[in-house]
Design a protein around this ligand. Structure first.
Ligand SMILES: *Cc1c(COP(=O)(O)O)cnc(C)c1O
Length: 383
């Protein structure tokens, strides 16, 4: 795969056997959903994570939509979610009529601030949506304690955190439901894809129905019923086995991929720690109870002006760096739900100051040296 001379922010990676597995899927003569490779991906995820059921989906967005359907989210219900996240975390529930209640983030991990949770829960709260930013776990002990006390289910949007852990337990196994993304920008990919992890077995049977257009076709294919029929609402959330074949090639080599990413993350950390400390630049915090999956490396600059100047400067050195989530609470949609500037002060500040450095499996040490050298050449006075 050819690579331009500039250093992109992300670059797709091929672990080697993608085409071979796609060829096998074609030879199997079953390229629709739930073929042999989908089953291999399900088994791998279930075994590695220790979850009772994994179901591949066409995206993380669709897995989140399934979660909203399974929790019977209805107009008037409220869901608590960070404002500092991708739109799908929240939009999937808004599609069912929910009103999002936005929670601010912690300054250290940029995860939702669990101390604010208790006072946002009302009798209408039907779900707490947690996002493990950069794959570093939210404070799950506190979140599960508060959620349990109020009887509110927790859904983990674990798009960043596959194979990350909290107190030794895999992310994606804490909520009753959790979602994964296999979008090109994530650690493991099939271009566009995702998965729903079902940790509470009471949702398994209905999840299969929701994923198969509201029918019991999954049971029919297993020979458990002699015809299939319309039982519930649902949609078409299963990916082609061609995509599952691609994904399996990546998941199969997870240790290689994760060791590459670990090396990249550590290089940035070791070479930027002192530089950052001397300039009031924040680098990622990984609390001791968290094992991160090395999804991203970000900097939080002292100001919006410094962040913008840095992105522009890196561009002149042919290095792409990018900011991240714009706060949802005062986006055009967020304002329709009553959100306004000032509601989530840490989110507002951090989202203006954060920049993500190039990070992809094949990023070489020579390229990282160029990124680090450019950062060290960047003159603050110029901003
Ligand atoms: C990437 C991402 C998604 C969406 O994933 P898709 O697979 O593209 O739908 C959702 N939530 C978070 C936190 C993400 O980073």
């Amino acid at each position: 795969m050819s690579r331009p001379s500039n250093i992109p922010f992300n670059h797709p990676y091929f672990s080697g056997r993608e085409l071979e597995f796609i060829q096998q899927a074609i030879a199997n003569c079953q390229i629709s959903g739930d073929g042999a490779f989908t089953k291999k991906c399900h088994a791998l995820l279930e075994k590695e994570l220790g979850t009772p059921k994994a179901l591949l989906t066409t995206s993380c967005t669709h897995a989140l939509e399934m979660a909203a359907l399974l929790l019977d989210i209805k107009p008037g219900d409220e869901v608590i979610a960070p404002s500092f996240t991708f739109v799908s975390t929240v939009n999937a529930f808004v599609l069912r009529g929910a009103r999002p209640v936005f929670i601010d983030i912690r300054r250290d991990t940029l995860n939702l601030d669990e101390k604010l949770l208790d006072c946002l829960i009302t009798s209408r709260t039907k779900a707490i949506l947690v996002v493990h930013y950069a794959g570093v776990a939210c404070e799950m002990d506190t979140i599960l304690e508060v959620a349990g006390r109020h009887g509110v289910p927790v859904v983990e949007d674990n798009a960043h955190g596959l194979f990350g852990k909290y107190r030794g337990k895999h992310l994606g196994t804490f909520g009753c439901l959790a979602t994964l993304s296999f979008h090109e920008s994530k650690n493991f990919t099939c271009g566009e894809g995702g998965a729903l992890l079902i940790n509470d077995p009471q949702y398994i049977e209905r999840a299969e129905i929701v994923r198969e257009k509201g029918t019991n076709r999954s049971r029919f294919f297993r020979g458990q019923v002699d015809k299939y029929t319309w039982l519930d609402i649902g949609s078409s959330y299963l990916p082609s086995d061609i995509l599952a074949a691609f994904l399996y090639a990546q998941l199969e080599t997870r240790e290689i991929i994760q060791s590459k990413r670990k090396r990249i993350w550590k290089y940035y950390e070791e070479n930027l720690r002192d530089w950052a400390a001397a300039r009031r630049v924040q680098i990622p915090t990984v609390p001791s109870q968290c094992e991160q999956p090395y999804h991203m490396f970000y900097l939080v600059l002292p100001s919006l002006q410094a962040r913008q100047a840095l992105i522009a400067y890196l561009n002149t050195r042919e290095i792409s760096s990018v900011f991240h989530y714009l706060p949802l609470h005062f986006s055009r949609m967020g304002r329709k739900f009553g959100g306004k500037k000032g509601d989530c002060p840490v989110t507002e500040e951090v989202s203006n100051r954060l920049v993500r450095l190039p990070f992809y499996n094949d990023l070489t040490e020579a390229e990282q040296m160029r990124v680090v050298a450019a950062l060290k050449d960047f003159r603050w006075e110029a901003s």
